[in-house]
Design a protein around this ligand. Structure first.
Ligand SMILES: NC(=O)c1ccc[n+]([C@@H]2O[C@H](COP(=O)([O-])OP(=O)(O)OC[C@H]3O[C@@H](n4cnc5c(N)ncnc54)[C@H](O)[C@@H]3O)[C@@H](O)[C@H]2O)c1
Length: 448
């Protein structure tokens, strides 16, 4: 039995080496789709699974729904056999399955694992011996071992177990976090080392072989939990440091010091300092959410993650701080917030991307409306903003002209296509939350 299983593992490794391995990626979103393209680029035949019939139809028609992924890239992948489906029976034909579904928070700020459990319940009946199953969705330590592995074992009709020792028959289960930084073109995707933690040694080896085809370096850790914690440490590190500069920004403003000048000077230190920048609040699917996965899990161990809570409190306050600064700037012009015409520039959560999940702009627009302001927005990536899990704006993008009509223009996202000099020139008042007007000297600018 043991020798036979070692042979079948060698066969799977060989299939990876020869690019014959079939790869299924579940969740064709911001993480899953680029990953599918990377594997297709290495000549693997990739099948993308998604519950959205619309996404499946678009991908099969060679179209894209993510701005930075061009239709030509999908069409190129199709030449290697890429296609999309919602039919989970096709999981049976896959040698490796990689799960990239959302991991949001519920209304009580607790982990919502329903996308993961829904996916695992759907694939479990179709898994087979020696298949590699990888979870990439960011989650708390223990998810792979305590939820994914038992569900796969209970949900398959063949009595398959998760292989935990070398030579043991079963499926190979791994956690490997996604480390993408959307909009960051300075590091090529394949130069971002890939961390893997397997339920058993064969799982880690197989995942390393597979990811080694698209990433220059694979870093193995001893368990899935260690890999899950690695991802959270990275994101919490950012969250805490952003909170630190957001707090120091507020102090610097009171003291008449420019925080950006300070950060620029501090980052000249060649060791022991990494620059983080203040802003209008956290956004995206990761940094505002992931730390709470850990603080929730920590409670099971009677542990309070105080850094996470403090950073969360500072960062959550930032949109409110922007509103205060805007109100004060209007007040200086003898204007009230109520009835003022305000243009919000940028609804994406960060520069040059088409993602508005958890964007501070959404909170800022809602707060402005609550205060009776007449709000418009402009964002080259969003012709409309409708309704999401936590907001209902239902707005249409306003053209970037006649800026003089607004009592204030608030720069929330510093898209690089904006001409900031022209914006300052044409506007009555500019509230800049991103230092986009750096180097400009005008009494119209309020930096906060
Ligand atoms: N976006 C990022 O920059 C980023 C970076 C690192 C990690 N992550 C993590 O990666 C995971 C995925 O994030 P994303 O940004 O790609 O999310 P996304 O919302 O862009 O994509 C998720 C996709 O999964 C599909 N889906 C949901 N349930 C499904 C199911 N049961 N079966 C098949 N498809 C299903 C959705 O239709 C959607 O297309 C999250 O855990 C996130 O925290 C995201």
């Amino acid at each position: 039995m043991t020798t036979a299983n070692l042979d079948s593992l060698a066969q799977l490794k060989q299939k990876i080496d020869t690019r014959e391995a079939r790869i299924g990626i579940v969740g064709m979103g911001y993480v899953g789709l680029p990953l599918a393209l990377l594997f297709s680029g290495e000549r693997f035949k990739v099948t993308g699974f998604d519950i959205s019939a619309d996404k499946v139809a678009k991908l099969n028609a060679g179209e894209s729904y993510i701005v930075r992924i061009l239709p030509a890239m999908i069409q190129e992948a199709q030449k290697s056999g890429f296609r999309a489906t919602s039919d989970y029976t096709e999981i049976e034909a896959m040698d490796a399955v990689i799960i990239c579904v959302p991991t949001p928070l519920n209304d009580h700020h607790e982990p919502d694992l329903t996308y993961i459990t829904g996916t695992v319940a759907s694939i479990a009946p179709h898994i087979h011996q020696d298949q590699l199953i990888v979870l990439e969705s960011t989650t708390y330590p223990g998810t792979t071992e305590e939820i994914v592995a038992p569900m796969l074992e209970a949900g398959n009709p063949h009595g398959l177990k998760v292989a935990r020792t070398l030579g043991e028959p079963g499926v190979h289960v791994v956690f490997s976090p996604e480390r993408e930084d959307p909009g960051n073109d300075t590091v090529a995707r394949r130069d971002i080392p890939k961390v893997v933690g397997g339920c058993g040694p064969a799982a880690a080896e197989l995942a390393s072989a597979l990811y080694g085809t698209i990433f220059r370096r694979v870093v193995q850790v001893s368990t899935p939990s260690a890999a899950e914690m690695t991802k959270l440490l990275e994101n919490i590190y950012r969250c805490v440091n952003i909170a630190l500069v957001n707090e120091l920004k507020q102090l610097c403003m009171r003291m008449g010091i420019d925080i950006h000048e300070v950060i620029d000077a501090a980052k000249t230190k060649p060791f022991g300092f990494q620059a983080f920048y203040p802003g209008p609040g956290l956004g995206g699917h990761c940094i505002p959410i992931d730390p709470f996965y850990l603080s929730w899990k920590a409670k099971e161990f009677d542990f309070r993650t105080r850094f996470i809570e403090l950073a969360g409190a500072v960062n959550i306050d930032m949109p409110y701080f922007v509103i205060e600064q805007l109100a004060s700037a209007l007040n200086n012009k003898s204007k009230a917030m109520k009835g003022s015409k305000i243009l919000v520039l940028g609804v994406a959560y960060k520069r040059d991307i088409d993602d508005l999940r958890e964007s501070p702009s959404l909170t800022i627009i809602e707060l402005l409306r609550e205060k009776g302001a007449i709000v418009a927005y402009n964002d080259p990536f969003f012709p409309t903003v409708g309704q999401g899990r936590h907001y209902a704006l239902n707005m249409t993008c306003t053209p970037l002209d006649n800026l003089g009509q607004y009592d204030a223009v608030v720069i929330v996202t510093d898209h690089s296509s904006y001409d900031y000099r022209a914006i300052v020139k044409e506007s009555q008042l500019v509230v800049d939350t991103r230092n986009a007007t750096k180097g400009m000297d005008s009494a119209k600018i309020v930096r906060c």
